[in-house]
Design a protein around this ligand. Structure first.
Ligand code: ADP
Length: 617
């Protein structure tokens, strides 16, 4: 009898030859083995964890076609192009195909000429397609973004419910479900709704070591975003804003300054949205400014930063959105602008929730988010704690702003007392603007009319500017010493805990961003970077990649990802054998792109040597 194929044996050979990878990433081998053994599986891995390989590899090794259900039609072509460049026989079926193209794919399915067939959930549920599937030889089904089946998830898609038919209509077909959603509730829901049978369950760590987390006080968000983006020319980034108006404004401001930025939100035409998403995925735009409300499909691995211009509603959402950065494992930056004003905005949506338990849950989640933004300790630890994980390794400077020493905690007891006293003495009936006018001694018409310029607190805080006081108030709000009422004219009121500060001498500290000395910033950057590489060569290879990708109408990462290019720029391979050693270069990619990249590297080598000789003379 033939020995059963395993990840360790045949799998490793396919991993090397086809994908060009020397080793499996954590958990990949066990998932591959479960699928090869014909078991159902539930695979929970963070974005960038390497989920696609978990089904693509067994799809290649098992006889028959692997049916991949994927929710985003707009990304299917790119996914298939990427699989095909790896040397897999892959195709997709969705509403974007012409009748002729569809028939071509159906014929390949019937002939057993496909390793992978990507379909949308709607397509799967069509009666004539189901009939075709019954006649075809299938190896297993892979359900991508499986959390879309759960109403508890952040991306519920009713048509995912049809996928229960995978198990009922194809009882002998193993089903592997994949998601990056960390909550247990959603995972259990996936198993129940899909009807998975004693699935092999994997939950990878949600730590993303290559992501650097930073939170800074929100001041003028559009400016702040611009300065951040401007410092990273040519890098791919996503900027999230809450409202469509802010999306439009931010994108326009970036574009005005020459940044290739495009907006993306539900108010745009379908066609415009599709075009913008595609421009970003194909590196024709560097920055996409988007609301989170609408399912934007981002499938590129070289997103170097994610900026949140506004506070997300909960950690889960924040984690998913920041997760889009650095899928290629290279360092990436997550910046959150935090201002208390955003809390009031979110409360505006939470407070009217009729179900009390649901409302309390939403509030608790918001509180966790605020804790993350205002923590005095490592942010990565806090984030992982939310997912029930503890961090093994000691935090390092490349971990987050707190670990990098950029955030300082300063005593602000006296300042807190000044603000609290101004609120108390005016009866908790005034908004932030008025309270700060009193503290900073601004004799506005209203302040004078109400006689507030005669209060003992009037002007006690003159020696600091309004921005500083705004920071103090934000911290008081975040620490729940003060709260802001809802409605059209929100006012500041004291929370019970404020008494301890006003009358009991309880200390208050606030967080402030410290400008890191340049040396420390450099150290922090170095800690996240790997060995040095030839940047000029990297740029040259990037240009070549772009030209090849454009020529073939595919996104750049389909050719090679950033990590692979960087490794080429580091090791400068000049022979096919040496190029094959580079992670991400498999036989199919070598055949297709090897010569062009080798020529570019050789040329650069020649140029560099020539330059050195000239320089010596
Ligand atoms: P996910 O779908 O979980 O977000 P992907 O499947 O997009 O992750 O993989 C993330 C990145 O990791 C891709 O660039 C992919 O090529 C790379 N990758 C996957 N498996 C391996 C491996 N075994 N070794 C090195 N890189 C890998």
């Amino acid at each position: 009898m033939e020995a059963a194929a395993t990840a360790a044996g045949e799998g490793r050979r396919v991993l090397r030859e086809l994908f060009g990878f020397a080793d499996f990433m954590p958990h990949q081998a066990e998932v591959v083995d479960a699928i090869l053994a014909g078991r159902d599986a539930l695979v929970v891995m963070p974005t960038g964890g390497g989920k696609s390989l978990c089904y693509q590899l067994p799809a290649r090794m098992l006889p028959g076609t692997c049916l991949v259900i994927s929710p985003l039609i707009s990304l299917m072509k790119d996914q298939v192009d990427a699989a095909a460049t790896t040397g897999l026989r892959a195709a997709f079926l969705n509403s974007s195909l012409t009748a002729e193209a569809r028939r071509g794919v159906e014929a390949k399915l019937a002939d057993g000429a496909l390793d992978l067939l990507y379909v949308s959930p709607e397509r799967f549920a069509m009666p004539d397609f189901l009939a075709r599937l019954r006649r075809a030889r299938l190896s297993f089904a892979a359900v991508d973004e499986a959390h879309c089946i759960s109403e508890w998830g952040h991306d519920f898609r009713p048509d995912y419910l049809d996928l229960a038919r995978l198990v009922t209509d194809f009882p002998r077909l193993p089903v592997a479900a994949f998601t990056a959603t960390a909550t247990a509730r959603v995972q259990d829901d996936i198993v129940a709704r899909l009807g998975l049978r004693d699935p092999y369950r994997v939950r990878a760590s949600f730590n993303r070591p290559n992501l650097f987390y930073r939170v800074v006080p929100k001041d003028r968000p559009t400016d702040q975003v611009f300065r951040f983006v401007q410092a990273r020319p040519g890098e791919a980034g996503i900027v999230y804003r809450t409202t469509r108006r802010d999306v439009e404004r931010t994108a326009a401001a970036l574009a005005r300054h020459g940044v290739r930025a495009l907006p993306y939100h539900a108010g745009l035409d379908d066609e415009v949205r599709r075009r913008h998403q595609e421009a970003f995925n194909r590196d024709a735009a560097d920055v996409i400014v988007a609301t989170i409300a609408f399912g934007m499909g981002i499938d590129k691995s070289n997103v170097r930063y994610v900026v949140h211009g506004d506070l997300p509603k909960n950690i889960e959402g924040y984690y998913q959105e920041t997760g889009r950065a650095g899928r290629d494992g290279e360092p990436a930056h997550c910046l959150l602008l935090f201002g208390y004003g955003d809390l009031a905005r979110i409360r505006h949506f939470i407070d009217p929730i009729p179900d009390e338990a649901e409302r309390a849950r939403a509030l608790a989640m918001l509180r966790e988010m605020v804790r993350f933004a205002t923590t005095f300790a490592c942010r990565r630890r806090r984030l992982l704690a939310y997912f029930g994980e503890t961090l093994d390794a000691a935090p390092h400077p490349g971990c987050c702003d707190v670990c990098a020493g950029e955030v300082e905690r300063i005593d602000a007891t006296r300042e807190a007392q000044m603000v609290l006293s101004a609120i108390a003495r005016t009866g908790g009936r005034f908004g932030i603007g008025h309270i700060l006018a009193i503290v900073t001694g601004e004799a506005t018409e209203r302040v004078c009319r109400l006689g507030h310029d005669r209060l003992p607190t009037f002007g006690v805080g003159r020696d600091h500017d309004r921005r500083h006081w705004r920071l103090v108030v934000d911290n008081l709000l975040a620490q729940e010493l003060v709260r802001q009422t809802d409605g059209e004219y929100p006012v500041l009121e004291l929370e019970p805990a404020a008494r301890g500060v006003l009358f009991g001498g309880e200390p208050v500290s606030i967080l402030r961003t410290r400008r890191a000395p340049a040396a420390r910033r450099r150290r922090a950057a170095a800690a996240t970077d790997e060995a040095p590489y030839d940047e000029a060569l990297f740029e040259r290879l990037r240009t070549l990649r772009r030209a090849l990708a454009d020529e073939q109408g595919v996104p750049s990462y389909v050719v090679f990802n950033d990590r692979t290019l960087r490794e080429m720029a580091r090791t400068r391979p000049t022979t096919e054998a040496a190029l094959l050693e580079v992670s991400g270069v498999g036989a199919a990619r070598l055949a297709r792109y090897g010569a062009a990249f080798l020529a570019a590297i050789r040329e650069a080598e020649g140029g560099a040597r020539g330059g050195a000789v000239n320089g010596d003379q």
